[in-house]
Design a protein around this ligand. Structure first.
Ligand SMILES: *Cc1c(COP(=O)(O)O)cnc(C)c1O
Length: 404
C-alpha cells in the first residue's frame, strides 16, 4: 500500500525524533496499539523493528543482558523449540549465546513440555514458544511454557511474528483460541510482524514487553562517543520514517473490523484446505493447524515431487525438512472464490499422478532436499547455501551495471 504519509515521510529519520515529531508519535502509537491488542497493561511497552528477525534478536539481547547484569549469569543460554524460527539461531550466533533446541511431540508437532522442563538449568535466560510456528502452523503450548517461566523465574518470549495479526482476532472471527498473550501470566514478550498479516509494507515489525525493565536491557547506549551521547532502541541507526508511517496507516486503515474480517476468511479458507487435503490419498496433514498454515507430508512418495509439480501449476509452496514436508501459508489472495477448491483439486490430481506413476529419478527441489537431508556433513550443505547467496548477487557481465 502506498499511503500519502509514506511519500511525505520517506526521507525522514526516526533516529531524530526532535526533527521528525510526527514520525515519533506514529511509532509510539503503533507500539501502543499492539500492546493493547495483546492485552498488555499500562506498563507494557515495546519498539518497532525492521522485521521479525530483528524483533526476535532484540528479545534475545534483552534477556541476555538482563541475565548477565541482573542475575549474574555468565553464559546465558536460551531454550527454543526445534520448530522455532531460524532467527533465534541467528540471534544466538550474533549475541554469542548458547541456543538449545527442545524436541517436539512427533504427533502434535508442539514443543515437548516435559523435555523443555528437563533442559532448564541455572544458565537458562529465556524460554520461547511460537504462536504459531512457521513449519507446520501449529500453536506451541504457550500456557505451559509460561508456567515453566513462572516456576523457574525465567522470562518467556512468544514468537507471534507469523500469527500476530491473526490470533488476536480469532475469537471475534468465530474461531476461539487458548490465550497466548499477556493474559497468560509468565509471558514477558511477544514479537509480531506488521509486515505479514498486518498488511504493512515489508520492513516493519514490533517487539512488545510486559514491563519496561526488559526493554531497558534491549536498548543500546554509549555515553562517551565524540559524536554525542548515542542511544538507539534497535540494531539500526538511521531508519526510514516512511516505513513507520506506512505501518501506522495500515493499522488505522484496516482497524479491528478489517483485521477480524480478513482473519475470518483466512481461517475459513485454511480449514477448507486442511479438510480437503486430509481426504487426499498419498498425503497427510502435520499436527492440527490452528491458524493459517497447512503442512503436508507423504508416507508413499517424496513429498517435494508434489511441490515441484504444484510449482508448474503456479503454486509456490515452501519446502521444509526434518521431517520432509511442504506447506502453504494462506493469505487474503487465497480467500478469493474458487482458489482453495483449485488448490485441493491440484493436490489431488498431482498426488494421484505420482502414486500411479512413481518417478524413478527425482529432479528439482525433490532431488535437492532429498540429498541435502541425507548428507551427514552439514557444513557441505552450508557451503551450497553460500553459492546460492552468491548467485543472488550475480550480475550479467555484458550489462555492466554502473553509476557512471
Ligand atoms: C517470518 C517469521 C519470522 C521472521 O520474520 P522476518 O520478518 O522474515 O524476519 C519469525 N518467526 C516466525 C514464526 C515467522 O513466520
Amino acid at each position: 500500500m502506498k499511503s500519502p504519509s509514506t511519500g511525505m515521510s520517506a526521507w525522514s529519520n526516526p533516529l531524530h525524533p526532535d526533527v521528525f515529531p510526527g514520525v515519533r508519535k506514529m511509532e509510539a502509537e503503533v507500539v501502543r496499539m499492539c500492546c493493547t491488542m495483546f492485552h498488555g497493561d499500562a506498563s507494557s511497552c515495546g519498539v518497532m523493528t525492521t522485521g521479525g528477525t530483528e524483533s526476535i534478536i532484540m528479545a534475545c539481547k534483552a534477556y541476555r543482558d538482563y541475565a548477565i547484569n541482573v542475575k549474574g549469569i555468565k553464559k546465558p543460554e536460551m531454550l527454543v523449540p526445534v520448530s522455532a524460527h531460524a532467527a533465534f539461531d541467528k540471534g544466538a550466533q550474533l549475541l554469542g549465546m548458547r541456543i538449545r533446541h527442545v524436541p517436539l511431540d512427533p504427533e502434535t508437532m508442539k514443543v515437548d513440555i516435559a523435555a523443555m522442563r528437563k533442559m532448564i538449568n541455572r544458565n537458562t535466560c529465556m524460554l520461547a514458544g511460537s504462536a504459531p510456528q512457521f513449519p507446520h502452523g501449529v500453536m506451541d503450548p504457550i500456557i505451559e511454557i509460561a508456567g515453566l517461566g513462572l516456576r523457574y523465574d525465567i522470562p518467556v518470549h512468544v514468537d507471534a511474528c507469523l500469527g500476530g495479526f491473526l490470533i488476536p482476532f480469532m475469537d471475534d472471527a468465530g474461531f476461539p483460541l487458548a490465550p497466548f498473550d499477556f493474559r497468560v501470566e509468565g509471558v514477558t514478550s511477544i514479537s509480531a510482524d506488521t509486515h505479514k498479516y498486518g498488511y504493512a509494507p515489508k520492513g516493519s515489525s514490533v517487539i512488545i514487553y510486559n514491563e519496561p525493565k526488559w526493554r531497558h536491557h534491549q536498548f543500546f547506549v554509549t555515553p562517551d562517543w565524540p559524536g554525542g551521547i548515542y542511544a538507539t532502541p534497535t540494531i539500526g541507526g538511521s531508519r526510514s520514517g516512511g516505513i513507520v508511517s506506512a505501518c501506522w496507516a495500515a493499522l488505522v486503515y484496516h482497524g479491528k473490523r478489517g483485521y477480524v474480517d480478513y482473519t475470518r476468511s483466512i481461517i475459513q479458507t485454511t480449514r477448507k484446505i486442511e479438510e480437503g487435503c486430509r481426504k487426499i490419498k498419498g498425503v497427510f496433514v502435520y499436527g492440527k493447524p490452528e491458524v493459517s498454515v497447512v503442512a503436508l507430508g507423504s508416507n508413499d512418495y517424496n513429498i517435494y515431487q508434489l511441490s515441484d509439480r504444484m510449482g508448474k501449476r503456479g503454486w509456490n509452496l515452501n519446502a521444509l525438512q526434518y521431517p520432509p514436508s511442504i506447506h502453504i501459508a494462506v493469505t487474503v489472495l487465497h480467500t478469493h472464490p474458487g482458489v482453495a477448491e483449485r488448490f485441493i483439486k491440484d493436490i489431488d490430481e498431482l498426488s494421484k499422478e505420482i502414486l500411479e506413476n512413481p518417478p524413478k529419478d527425482a529432479g528439482g527441489s525433490a532431488a535437492l532436499y532429498g540429498m541435502a537431508q541425507s548428507i551427514p556433513d552439514r557444513s557441505l550443505v552450508g557451503e551450497m547455501a553460500w553459492c546460492y547467496l552468491d548467485a543472488v548477487y550475480s550480475t550479467k557481465i555484458s550489462e555492466k551495471p554502473t553509476i557512471e
